[in-house]
Design a protein around this ligand. Sequence first.
Ligand SMILES: Cc1cc2nc3c(=O)[nH]c(=O)nc-3n(C[C@H](O)[C@H](O)[C@H](O)COP(=O)(O)OP(=O)(O)OC[C@H]3O[C@@H](n4cnc5c(N)ncnc54)[C@H](O)[C@@H]3O)c2cc1C
Length: 428
Amino acid sequence: MNQQVIYHKEVSTLGHYDVVVLGGGPSGICAAVEAARNGAKTLLVEENGMLGGMATSALVGPFMTNYDREGNRPLVGGLYREIIECLAERSAAILPEYTDSPSIHTSFIGRYHRHVTPVDAFMLQIVLDEFAEQAGVEVLLYTRFVDCLCENGKISSVILAALEGLRSVSADLFIDCTGKADVAFAAGVPTWKGDEENGIPQPGTLMFEVDNAVDEEFTARPKQPVKVYRTPSKGCYRVNHHRVFDADAADSRSMSNAHRAARKQVLESYRVLLEETPGFENARISQVASVLGVRESRHIKGKYTLTVQDISQGVSFEDRVALFGYGMDVHPRTKEMSGNFKVEVAEVYSIPYRSMLPENCDNLLVAGKTISAESQAAGAFRVMPCAMALGQAAGAAAAIAVKGGFAPDKVPTEELHCILRAHGAILD
Ligand SMILES: Cc1cc2nc3c(=O)[nH]c(=O)nc-3n(C[C@H](O)[C@H](O)[C@H](O)COP(=O)(O)OP(=O)(O)OC[C@H]3O[C@@H](n4cnc5c(N)ncnc54)[C@H](O)[C@@H]3O)c2cc1C
């Protein structure tokens, strides 16, 4: 049945902001905090009851390496560093300089995994609340972006499903950090899902945590593809095991089926741990993620599309806003495929600002895993430290654009670099 209904409704407005950030995951929190610290009146909208996105609601961790390919020098500083230092002070993170691979913190995976940052998911929620509050960001949890109103190539207002009903919010500038490019898609920006050839996304995984494992007895990489990463707490591990294929994060039916299938997989993963993984014979499930982990959804078409070649050759873009060195971690997209890291990355590669500027919309920035990039290229920078660096860059750019009264594509690179460097970002 392909029937349509027309729905008209007047909705009340929640006000006007300089910057509205949609999505409070690793990129969204950094975008909002950076925009607010630079003087923008900022609203952060998140559909779940917590900030942190995949890092909290989907129990994804550790924060992947923020070092170059060989693990010799850090490439992401800024807000990422501030947040993990704040967690480490409370014994809720192990700083990357104190971890190495292969080890219990990397499930004994060697390549690309030197200097990961294990974090406690609940303390991360607390710390992110504090960062938002201290920066003066207004946070709306339990509020979902559903649509936007556009005029003359710009978004004038977004429509939010608040708990009290539909509401609108206007802003000078919007930042899409939904991890699905929901805002860009609704604004008419060209997007595509998954890989360019057949639209298949990387698989999803329902993550969970176990405690009561014996660290000393866990001494080798477990049977593939079980991966277990020690958290900052003794005997406590994040489990990243089964995969659900073809889960479309922007489709309710697809996600309902995928999440239910993934729930059953958790029991199977737990059995493998108990019966086949030394050190986990008495492990207990302490928590299961409330949200299915989604590695890939939409990609936007932006002013520049980052390519696999750019990443493997280590192109240093003049308008770079982040450096990174993690490998192209593309999980098999179907049951029949195998292997993750197929193309070698450069020691250091960079992400250009233009990849965050969408086509067809003059007051929108996009940050995080959905920026304009080939699917396989995104497989490299999609992880959390880089998402945070991109979010911080988007927040700084948004504040400059609002202050100057111009569109984000007119932000001077020197000014953006100057602010980012002053705030701890690593660009050289
Ligand atoms: C199973 C799995 C394992 C992974 N392993 C690692 C790892 O070990 N280390 C690592 O660093 N990275 C890992 N990653 C990758 C990493 O988690 C993500 O790529 C990263 O979180 C991307 O950040 P983001 O801000 O772009 O998006 P997300 O983390 O997806 O955040 C998006 C946020 O937007 C919110 N949102 C979405 N739609 C709307 C809407 N319409 N309205 C309001 N809010 C909305 C969501 O609730 C969420 O909070 C893994 C990912 C998965 C799925």
